[in-house]
Each structure stands twice: as C-alpha cells, then as structure tokens.
Design a protein. Structure first.
Length: 104
C-alpha cells in the first residue's frame, strides 16, 4: 500500500496530475497579476480607472480559467486572484467606476 502514497518527482508545481497545462497556468498567472494590480490600485482614490478595469478583466479571466481548470492548485490560485480582482473592482467602482470623469 506504500505505492499509493508515492509522490511523482516529475510533477510540476502547478500540475498535480503530472501533465503540463500551459493555458490554465497562463490564465492563473494573469488572474493573480490582475488581482494584485486591482487590489493595490484600489487603495488609492485617483487610480479607480486602473483598479476597476483590472478587476473586471481579472474576474472574467479567472472565471474562464475556472471553467477549463483541471487541478486543485489551479482552482485555488484562481479563486485567490478572482477574490482580489473582485475587491479591487468593487472599490474601483465605488471610487469612480469604469469611466468616472472621462466621459463627463
């Protein structure tokens, strides 16, 4: 029964099944970067355009990544990125929105 708990030394950090997932890993990385950007820029009132747009794109990218994800690690990091994107999007919308001050 010891072989049931044997870990594969060739498995990737992001692919727990031992197979490469380049599209899923890319979507995961983009979602995390956009989430961090949206969250950080949402702390500044005058950067609402960046935070709201980065948050919106991060939410959409993360949702598609969740749809096609294959491993638990991908899903976990996508949820973290989507959460940060959602917070950044919400605060960006509260500070002025997607087009605040540009169209009027």
């Amino acid at each position: 029964m010891a072989q049931a708990f044997h870990r594969h030394p060739t498995s990737s950090l992001f692919a727990t099944d031992g197979k490469p997932h380049p599209l899923q890993d890319t979507l995961m990385a983009v979602t995390l970067v956009l989430g961090a950007l949206a969250f950080i820029t949402a702390q500044f009132h005058n950067l609402h355009l960046i935070s709201s747009w980065a948050g919106l794109v991060g939410i959409v990218t993360g949702a598609y990544g969740q749809y096609i994800s294959e491993t638990t690690r991908e899903r976990t990091l996508l949820i973290i990125g989507m959460g940060a994107s959602a917070i950044g999007f919400g605060l960006g919308m509260a500070h002025g929105g997607l087009f605040g001050g540009v169209l009027g």
